[in-house]
Design a protein around this ligand. Structure first.
Ligand code: HEC
Length: 405
């Protein structure tokens, strides 16, 4: 009875729902990260921006299409789960059904998105020295650009953000940290884009892909850039129907103190893919045993257009299996990272298993060719199976040392 009374009061309180009082705070908190000038989606800042889209907004939140999020609810909670609460959805619903009134502007001013960056003002900003011209059509090989940092001492990075220039044509960007002892791409000139294929063991500093949030570390943790390192950008351009010029930039925020823990990005991948033509539910699994203790921070599944679902599970030394994340449906057009609300200690000897499912049938509307047998490859018409995961290790440990058993 008391619950019912509370509900009635709640419904009554929404009857006079207005844009300024009830809806704007939700948009600020849940939507404007992407829905503002300079970001991926149309601005939802003012009443004027939002009014014509009121019904679409109601529809998008009721159907949970927006904000994008694909983790099935399980025991693990994620720090970056953007989904509005039931009360927030009810407030938007009530507002639209009341005719989407504006109401009086609230005395506290709206969030003012001044900076272009979604991280604190960067200590170091780098941009590609010259723009890359992206043709209107066709497929492009991955482009690489080496950006020298000229650091004379080690630096710890607590946040980093990659900002694409021509967003429409930038499918993804990965910024690698090439340490001075690393031979990778040593013969290539700095500052000039070139194409290249192949993999590296260099740590990833940050990446950009649709829906990705910037790299930010928890207090006491950071990514390390050893003195003498370069950044290497790997950019996948996908022509957008008109010629565009891209000059992508990256901003880095230094940690103020040396951290206790170093953050590393690791991956488990299957490169021997063979997805038969027409197959509706092709399953691929790969696993790795952790050579040392680490704290698991985040998960980032990656597949292409035939990707259907993706799962991470830990198999403890005793054999107990725990599913950490199940992404279903997987959506190639949203490449999201799932950050654990509470970092999880994985002890040495724990097996981490990633499983991917592919739909290569004609029922998959995104399937470029259901008659093809699909193998591993960089282009979206080929497939990938990579389970990236971020871990924290003692600050003095690097990737090589982590893999010493
Ligand atoms: C991670 C970025 C992101 C967040 C967060 C986000 N959106 Fe979106 N939204 C997009 C993008 C990009 C599009 C346009 C392309 C598309 O539909 O795929 C879009 C499209 C829409 C559309 C359709 C309008 C159109 O242009 O076709 C609506 C309505 C919408 N979003 C509502 C919301 C609401 C409401 C929220 C917050 C509760 C929200 N979105 C949060 C990125 C985002």
């Amino acid at each position: 009875m008391r619950a019912l009374a509370a509900e009635i009061v709640f419904i009554f309180s929404l009857q006079g729902a207005t844009f300024h009082e009830d809806v704007l705070p939700i948009l600020e908190k849940r939507c404007q990260r992407c829905h503002r000038p300079g970001e991926a989606a149309r601005p939802f800042l003012t009443y004027r921006d939002v009014r014509p889209w009121a019904k679409a907004i109601r529809e998008a939140v009721l159907s949970r299409k927006m904000p994008p999020w694909f983790a099935e609810s399980g025991s693990v909670r994620f720090a970056n789960d953007p989904r509005p609460s039931d009360a927030e959805i009810a407030a938007i619903d009530a507002w639209v059904r009341a005719g989407a009134p504006e109401g009086k502007p609230s005395p506290s001013p709206p969030v003012h998105w001044t900076a272009a960056w979604n991280i604190p003002p960067p200590d170091l900003r780098l941009a590609m020295p010259e723009p890359v011209r992206v043709p209107a059509r066709g497929e492009l090989k991955y482009q690489f650009i080496i950006l020298p940092l000229n650091l004379t001492e080690d630096r710890w990075v607590r946040a980093a953000e990659i900002r694409p220039g021509a967003r429409e044509a930038v499918h993804h960007v990965v910024a690698y940290i090439r340490e001075p002892a690393h031979d990778w791409l040593r013969d290539a000139p700095a500052g000039k884009p070139f194409s290249h294929a192949g993999t590296t063991t260099s740590d990833i500093l940050a990446l950009y892909a649709p829906g990705q949030q910037p790299m930010t570390c928890l207090p006491g943790m950071a990514k390390k850039i050893p003195a003498g390192s370069d950044l290497v950008l790997q950019i996948h351009y996908t022509p957008a129907g008109r010629v565009l010029e891209d000059r992508t930039s990256i901003g880095l925020v230094w940690a103020r103190h040396a951290p206790d823990k170093r953050v590393l990005t690791l991956q488990i991948a299957a490169t021997e893919l063979r997805i038969p033509p027409g197959e509706r539910d092709h399953r691929v699994s790969a696993s790795g045993t952790l050579p040392n203790d680490c704290l698991l921070l985040g998960l980032f599944p990656h597949m292409h257009l035939r990707g259907k679902a993706f799962e991470y599970a830990v198999i403890e030394p005793g054999g107990r299996v725990e599913t950490l994340l199940r992404v279903a449906p997987y959506d190639f057009y949203w490449q999201l990272c799932y950050q654990l609300a509470t970092p999880l200690l994985l002890s040495k000897g724990t097996r981490l298993r990633v499983t991917a499912w592919y739909d290569n049938s004609p029922n998959n509307p995104r399937n470029p060719d259901p008659t093809a047998e699909v193998a591993y490859g960089e282009q979206s018409t080929e497939e990938m199976m990579v389970g990236f995961f971020d871990v924290a290790v003692p600050a003095g440990m690097d990737k090589a040392a982590f893999f010493v058993r």
